[in-house]
Design a protein around this ligand. Structure first.
Ligand SMILES: NC(=O)c1ccc[n+]([C@@H]2O[C@H](COP(=O)([O-])OP(=O)(O)OC[C@H]3O[C@@H](n4cnc5c(N)ncnc54)[C@H](O)[C@@H]3O)[C@@H](O)[C@H]2O)c1
Length: 322
């Protein structure tokens, strides 16, 4: 039995080695990017682990022995899941490995803007010892924190924000307006979250319906002096419109971890906005989430090889096919 790591830019592979050794599976490490290369290195493997490599119908056709594709992460967009399902190949991901880390990061970005820490740090280093550039700051307990998308990460962020003293509300099309989540967060409509929040934190997937959800029109409806936090996907906001709202002061600040183009281009208008706190798609990262995603991705496909049900699978129909 063999698992081939098709592509992965991680520095260590101990987690995968431990899992495969414990299950009596040989582990082979490669690093390729094209369909032809994937076919070449994966020949003979019962399962493959991928980071960004393409697993198309053509790849699957060329690898008839393949039982499982494991993705280091949440998204499976480089895998033709439909083609995999019709060929009985399990596609396994790790949907929740970064929930605590991303929600911590959303809170870190929020507090950095709400308390002005990043901007004040720069001022102190520049020899300025005053508060004027960050004024006005308001006590957290006077602020309303709105969560767009009360899924795994949004729900965790909401609870952490409430623990800090914010009044927290959220919106999610899957939840009924006027009800409360299991954690006791009030569910309101999109417009209410958008127009009444002092901090708006985004936790939605990137879909056609969420692309540029926060555009010029939406920004204009946000409270003057509010703060935008984005740790979900860059294209959920219109970057040019957000930069303009930061420049005009309509947005007091923004905490942004994800961008329409990554890495953030050197000429991005966001780099000229001192009230924006920017991080390089770092929310998911902690040593713990890093080893968790590796171990769980390997465990899931090892389970499939051994005929066991994996903890997470994007196409559970294949398990019913026998
Ligand atoms: N920055 C990072 O490092 C990082 C790491 C992991 C995940 N993410 C991103 O975080 C986001 C949330 O991930 P998750 O695991 O919580 O996903 P999830 O699927 O658990 O939750 C997403 C929620 O958004 C809701 N939603 C969809 N459209 C909406 C809309 N128009 N308005 C309000 N809510 C809407 C869905 O109903 C769902 O409940 C995703 O975009 C994911 O890609 C970022």
């Amino acid at each position: 039995m063999r698992i081939t790591i098709v592509d992965c830019d991680h520095e260590t592979f101990e987690a995968e080695q431990e899992v495969s050794a414990a299950r009596g599976i040989e582990l082979v490490r490669e690093h390729v990017t094209t369909e032809d290369e994937v076919i070449r290195v994966a020949r003979g493997a019962e399962a493959i682990l991928i980071q960004y490599a393409p697993v198309t119908a053509a790849v699957l056709d060329a690898l008839p022995q393949l039982k499982a594709v494991g993705r280091y992460g949440v998204g499976v967009d480089t895998v033709d899941v439909e083609a995999a399902t019709s060929r009985g190949v399990a596609v396994c991901n790790v949907p929740d490995y970064g929930v605590q880390d991303v929600s911590d990061h959303a809170i870190a970005l929020t507090m950095s803007v709400v308390r002005g820490t990043a901007q004040l740090d720069r001022l102190v280093r520049d020899g300025e010892y005053g508060l004027v550039p960050v004024k006005p700051l308001h006590r957290v307990s006077t602020l309303r924190f709105g969560v767009l998308g009360l899924g795994r990460i949004g729900a965790a962020t909401a609870v952490k924000a409430r623990a800090l003293g914010f009044t927290v509300v959220g919106s999610d099309p899957q939840l009924e307006i006027g009800t409360y989540t299991a954690d006791g967060i009030e569910v309101v409509d999109f417009e209410t979250v958008l127009t009444t929040s002092d901090v708006l934190s985004l936790h939605v997937p990137l879909l056609e319906t969420t692309h540029h959800l926060i555009d010029e029109g939406a920004l204009a409806r946000m409270k003057a002096g509010s703060v935008l936090v984005n740790t979900c996907r860059g294209a959920v906001i219109d970057t040019a419109a957000v930069a303009a709202a930061l420049r005009s002061g309509h947005l007091k600040g923004a905490g942004l971890d994800v961008f329409e183009q990554e890495p953030l281009p050197a000429d991005s208008p966001l780099l000229e906005c001192p009230s924006a706190v920017l991080t390089p798609h770092a929310s998911w990262y902690s040593e713990e989430s890093y080893s968790e995603v590796k171990r769980r991705a390997a465990e899931a496909i090892a389970d499939v090889i051994h005929g066991q049900r994996p903890r997470d699978i994007a196409n559970p129909e294949v398990l019913e096919q026998g």
